[in-house]
Design a protein around this ligand. Structure first.
Ligand SMILES: Cc1ncc(COP(=O)(O)O)c(C=O)c1O
Length: 399
């Protein structure tokens, strides 16, 4: 977005980690090294005409922080640079990012085709949209191209998926499903929260819109709740911004500043956490009390080849199915002494959760079965602790 206050020009320095540290930075008249935090709700104008000009769209000047703010602009420019998107828009949470994307792309009677394997609140949102606003949602199995083909043989407004999915780590073939979405006249929307642009860049495979919960790896240290929508400039300005301007799901400048600082270390953290998750997944595959390990880097993952094609690493999330169903899973969690029980994820601290009784408790047992979430499933978000300490903690808790 415009409003230059001293934009950093990266020139030819376009490496991913360089962009993570510097893209989008604008310096104030004080030439600070760190991104500055514009903790202000309003802005002042030299003249009444200048003020009026911002309302008429003729003067480039921040106008009100419900609409935009210098620190959130820096975050958006950095996020767009990391995914190769034209533009990004900040919102108050990952769920707000999905909701405003759906609002921008649908109207009463519109059809959404979505993978079935989704974060629980996303299913809740789609159900509300169906019940209250007459949007129709058809679900397909994330991994089944024939189901995608069938569902997208008739027109749709929006195709939605999460890949890898929460918590069963199923993948969607981004190139294949994006092509089918376009044939059906739909935009392809990907919730890329688990992979982040470090491990997967959906626009490179034909997707049109990306949503993030910045709450997770982008903040990375469990401090703030936020979200972002990425897409073309016209999608963001003409279709998303009118909704957010009038309804106010604004990301606070402080959250944007925290996430900007988080992005600087995102490549390092994600690679390190993803490597630890792979090591733990490999070790747990041999454990007698673990019935199944789900991680895209394991050759036993049913979509290992697809993971190799569209991801740069399987990520820091892994799920295990422990023996003994819900009781076994709760006993395992209660015995953990280093890893915390928490339904959050993407922190430097390792976290574990029993999905059937928390994140996915609103699904019926039948819906959980269809979504592939057995009662013994525990989701682990691997942090930055020493991997040997983590393995020791998990194995003593499984004993
Ligand atoms: C894949 C995925 N998408 C979206 C969300 C929602 O994010 P937020 O909690 O920031 O609204 C979550 C939260 O766990 C998630 O795991």
């Amino acid at each position: 977005m415009a409003h230059d206050i001293g934009r950093t020009d990266l020139g030819d320095h376009s490496g991913f980690t360089t962009r993570a540290v510097r893209a989008g930075q604008q310096r104030s008249q004080f030439h600070e090294t760190s991104e500055y935090l514009a903790l202000t709700s309003g802005y002042t104008f030299a003249t009444a005409a200048e003020n009026a000009g911002t309302f008429a769209g003729e003067v480039e000047h921040y106008n009100y922080s419900r609409v935009d703010n210098p620190t959130t602009t820096m975050l958006c420019d950095r996020l767009a640079a990391l995914d190769g998107a034209e533009a990004a828009w900040p919102v108050a949470s990952g769920m707000a990012a999905i909701f405003y994307t759906v609002l921008a792309l649908t109207r009463s009677g519109s059809r959404i085709v979505s993978s079935r394997e989704l974060f629980g609140s996303t299913v809740g949102l789609f159900t509300l949209m169906e019940e209250r606003f007459g949007v129709h949602v058809d679900y397909v199995a994330a991994t089944d191209m024939r189901e995608w083909e069938r569902a997208l043989s008739t027109p749709a407004a929006l195709v939605f998926c999460e890949t890898p999915s929460n918590p069963v780590m199923r993948l969607v073939d981004l190139a294949g499903v994006s092509a089918l979405a376009h044939q059906a006249g739909a935009l392809m929307v990907v919730d890329n929260t688990f992979a982040t642009p470090v491990l997967q860049q959906p626009l490179r495979f034909g997707a049109d819109v990306i949503t993030y919960s910045t709450t997770k790896l982008m903040d990375g240290q469990g401090r703030t709740v936020g979200g972002a929508i990425l897409g073309t400039e016209s999608f963001i300005i003409d279709q998303v911004k009118p909704w957010t301007r009038c309804t106010g799901p604004t990301m606070s400048p402080f959250t944007a500043w925290t996430v900007l600082k988080g992005l600087e270390t995102l490549p390092l953290r994600v690679q390190a956490q993803s490597n630890s998750a792979r090591q733990i997944a490999q070790a747990l595959e041999q454990h007698p009390n673990v019935e199944q390990v789900l991680h895209p880097d394991l050759p036993s993952h049913p979509q290992y080849d697809l993971a190799q094609q569209q991801m740069e690493g399987g990520g820091q999330m892994l799920s295990i199915v422990v023996s003994g169903g819900t009781q076994g899973a709760h006993a395992f969690l209660d015995r953990l002494s280093l890893i915390d029980i928490s339904n959050n994820l993407g922190d430097t601290k390792s976290l574990a959760v029993h999905c059937a009784t928390t994140t996915h408790h609103s699904l019926t047992p039948e819906e959980r079965e269809v979504a592939g979430i057995p009662d013994g499933l525990v989701r682990l978000s691997i942090g930055l602790e020493d991997v040997h300490d983590l393995l020791d903690d998990i194995t003593q808790a499984l004993a």
